[in-house]
Design a protein around this ligand. Structure first.
Ligand SMILES: Nc1ncnc2c1ncn2[C@@H]1O[C@H](COP(=O)(O)OP(=O)(O)OP(=O)(O)O)[C@@H](O)[C@H]1O
Length: 304
């Protein structure tokens, strides 16, 4: 039985947490690992600069949460508006993004500011920007460069002041090379660059995040705060977390429900358990083959 030391510094907490959507349940950014601390320093520097930002990272690593913190630290007075580019309608994407005037759309009785206009004075967060159709990419770049937006059906452009934070889980430079992403938009976005490493490369974040999620879910479910057993901690640290922080949160949520507030043991985690005896047996088999032995020696050299 052991408990993590209290987390003193690394929490950044969003104000008005109650108003945030449920999808962002964690309001605090738990950043303990040295790589995360470095990222946090970059965030502090970039947030007030007003530069566009491109966040790269696998799904579930916390890109949207990071974007919300950029907006908060920028102190821009307008709203934070989050849009997943994959969810824009293929036929009405332009109207959804840039707005429309009355009568310009089937059934549009009144005009509407799109997502872009709604973020006026604030931050527009475009998730999976690689999914934005090429035609809309050019229009987005034009709106950002001219600081004007033209609603569908309107004759006149309106001034807008939008800070763009975009996120991608694919390599946009490759998408540019393949002709699938607008090169100038890529360079525009790439001015402010943040890379959110996968959770398996931020091992120092795993246990603090687990403790953090235990705390918030235990409170929500009115359960006592359970201890995380040493063996459960080992299993958490050994897992490769393909679903990143989102996966960790659901594993902890599940563990809390099945343990009913008692100490969390490996069997509550529903993860492949880390068995050192089994692993050594497998390594011995591998090491019997000279070619595999060389690769194994190199891997161990890198890890230890
Ligand atoms: N450093 C962190 N501290 C606390 N909670 C976190 C952290 N990183 C991620 N989370 C939580 O993990 C979940 C996933 O985060 P988020 O939605 O920001 O990821 P994402 O990278 O934008 O995912 P996707 O690419 O699938 O949209 C959220 O509930 C978020 O609050």
């Amino acid at each position: 039985m052991s408990r993590q030391p209290p987390i003193d510094q690394p929490l950044l907490t969003l104000p008005e947490a109650d108003k945030s959507p449920l999808s962002i349940r964690a309001k605090a950014l738990v950043f303990i690992d040295p790589r995360s601390q470095q990222l946090r320093a970059e965030l502090h520097e970039l947030a007030p600069s007003g530069l566009p930002v491109l966040i790269r990272g696998e799904s579930g690593t916390g890109k949207e949460l990071l974007a919300r913190h950029i907006h908060r630290e920028s102190e821009r007075p307008g709203l934070f508006v989050a849009v997943n580019c994959g969810s824009l309608s293929p036929s009405r994407g332009e109207a959804e993004l840039f707005g429309y005037t009355a009568g310009s759309q089937v059934g549009a009785a009144s005009s509407r500011a799109g997502w872009f206009g709604s973020a006026n004075g604030g931050t527009l967060y475009l998730d999976e920007i690689g999914d934005l159709p090429l035609g809309l990419q050019s229009k987005l770049l034009a709106a950002l460069e001219t600081r004007e937006v033209t609603r569908v059906g309107a004759g006149q452009a309106l001034p807008v002041d939008v800070r763009l934070v975009a996120a991608t889980s694919i390599d946009l430079a490759q998408a540019v090379a393949a002709g699938k992403f607008h090169e100038r938009l890529f360079h525009y976005l790439d001015e402010g660059r943040l890379v959110l490493p996968p959770l398996r490369e931020r091992i120092g974040d795993i246990l603090p995040l687990a403790e953090y999620f235990l705390g918030i879910h235990a409170q929500r479910l009115s359960l006592g705060l359970p201890l995380l057993s040493a063996s459960a901690q080992q299993v958490l640290e050994a897992h490769s977390w393909p679903g990143n922080t989102r996966e960790l949160e659901s594993v902890i949520h599940f563990a809390l429900l099945v343990s009913r507030g008692a100490e969390i043991l490996p069997e509550h985690l529903n993860l492949p358990s880390f068995d050192l005896v089994q692993l050594s047996a497998q390594l011995r088999v591998l090491a019997a083959d000279p070619a595999q032995r060389a690769a194994l020696r190199q891997l161990l050299g890198e890890l230890l």
